[in-house]
Design a protein around this ligand. Sequence first.
Ligand SMILES: Nc1nc2c(ncn2[C@@H]2O[C@H](COP(=O)(O)O[C@H]3[C@@H](O)[C@H](n4cnc5c(=O)[nH]c(N)nc54)O[C@@H]3COP(=O)(O)O)[C@@H](O)[C@H]2O)c(=O)[nH]1
Length: 523
Amino acid sequence: MNKSTAIALTMLVGILAVGVPVWLAVEESGRQGLAAETARALSYAREIMRRSDATVEQVNSGIANLERTPAGEQCSDENLARMRQIDLESTYIQAVGYLDEGRIVCSSLGRDSKDMVLGPPDFVTPIGAVIYKDVRFSFAQKETFVAFGRNDYVAIIHRGQPIDITTTEIDVSLAVFSLSDSAPLTSRGFISPDWVKRLGARTEITFVESGYVVAVMKSARFRTITLAAVPIEYLNSRTREAAWRLVPVGVIAGGVLAAAVFMLASIQLAIPAAIKTGLKRGEFFLHYQPLVDLQTGQWVGAEALVRWQRAEGELVQPDFFVPLAEENGIIGLLTHQVFELVARDTGTFLSRHPEFHIAINLSAADMQSPELPGQLDRLLKTTGATTRNVIVEITERSLFNPALARRVTHDIRALGYGIAIDDFGTGYSSLSYLETLEVDYLKIDKSFVDAIATDAPTSHVVQHIIEMAKSLKLRMIAEGVGTEAQAEFLRQRGVEFGQGWLFGKAMPFAELERRMAELAMRD
Ligand SMILES: Nc1nc2c(ncn2[C@@H]2O[C@H](COP(=O)(O)O[C@H]3[C@@H](O)[C@H](n4cnc5c(=O)[nH]c(N)nc54)O[C@@H]3COP(=O)(O)O)[C@@H](O)[C@H]2O)c(=O)[nH]1
């Protein structure tokens, strides 16, 4: 990826990092606002359902009580007293009375019936209840009533009573319907005739229509439907409210994300350039970690491990910069310098120690590089070393291309160099695949050595790797040996070489040489 593509991508990610959380925050606030308004509409519809169910229940029980009166006794003193009692004991009924030819001839209000004319009913329900939706009396001119009649008895209620609930919003629409009539029994505000139809066979629905959040529900006990509709303006204002709360969170989260992406991208862009500058300035150097013969304890080789000390003094670990060099296509430059540093550090040492080897790490790209044979050859020429003094380490993961791996390992060995497979066990190489490669050493990854004689699930893997290496007649190097117990375990199972802090950490070549001399003096 070139620099301008990387910058464009970073900007895009930055815009997305801010934009997406903000958009999600606004969407979420919209969802939350709609959920809140729907819950509000439902709670209003439930409340008027509770009131209308209680009203119908009181009407039914009051009329049932009066229906037991013998014929001819409907307006007796005793029955009028009963009517007054029903009236007083009920919370919703305003009056009950006896009906004769559309006129209430006596009621809980008395026998004066001249103004209590109901006229013909608006509709009759399938169970024989007669309903008068718009009842007015001259003695209560400000009020409109609804009358429910059965078997010549009627109960009168205030028309607005079932919907007389407290709402936070003044312009909420409320209505109670009978299943037998398409017009509401009582209502307030705008009610679309289509809203109730949408209920169909369901018991409860909510929807948004004509600028309202609407809830419609059917009574589980009676033939009534209630409806509540909250103007969408409340939803919008609550969405704005929620957005005011959520958008800053989205902006902050997005900003943090964008800053993190920007920082990472800056590092990604800056580090390759810094590596190139560091190579020119000679900021890279090598440390060498001894490789020990587990039987004799002799130091028989060393692995060259690159280090980077930046001009400001910061020591950067290869775990960080090697993958970045690989990803940015500059690992070849680094490997080139490693070869030069090995030549400079070892001087004539290798020519004086023909049995000692230096292991050099190669990346997947190095294996395909046409420069590799020349680099190896130059190393021999400048140091007087032989091919026996040099081992190349290739990681198991870089062997993913079988044809390439076979060709490269064959070519390197044909030149006489040794090959070690690094980090063995962390990739997916099978026994049959390894059989096809020309390699000399198998390096058992530190993670498996760490697991020796522990309860870790991988504690037995090392045994399998040893058996595999033996069957392929490969020599083994155990990496990361940290304790004598691990060394003993490996030794007993025939692992030839070990590398790890038990024997020595990676060190400057001069120190390695000095310590080897000390060991030789001791022997
Ligand atoms: N392509 C290249 N890769 C390189 C080169 N130089 C190093 N590397 C790779 O970087 C990785 C990290 O290396 P490093 O930080 O140097 O760590 C090595 C050892 O110090 C560490 N080690 C060895 N023994 C022990 C131990 O007992 N304990 C412990 N905690 N750490 C230990 O292991 C690293 C060696 O690993 P390996 O190479 O797998 O043998 C690492 O992957 C290097 O390969 C380079 O020039 N080119």
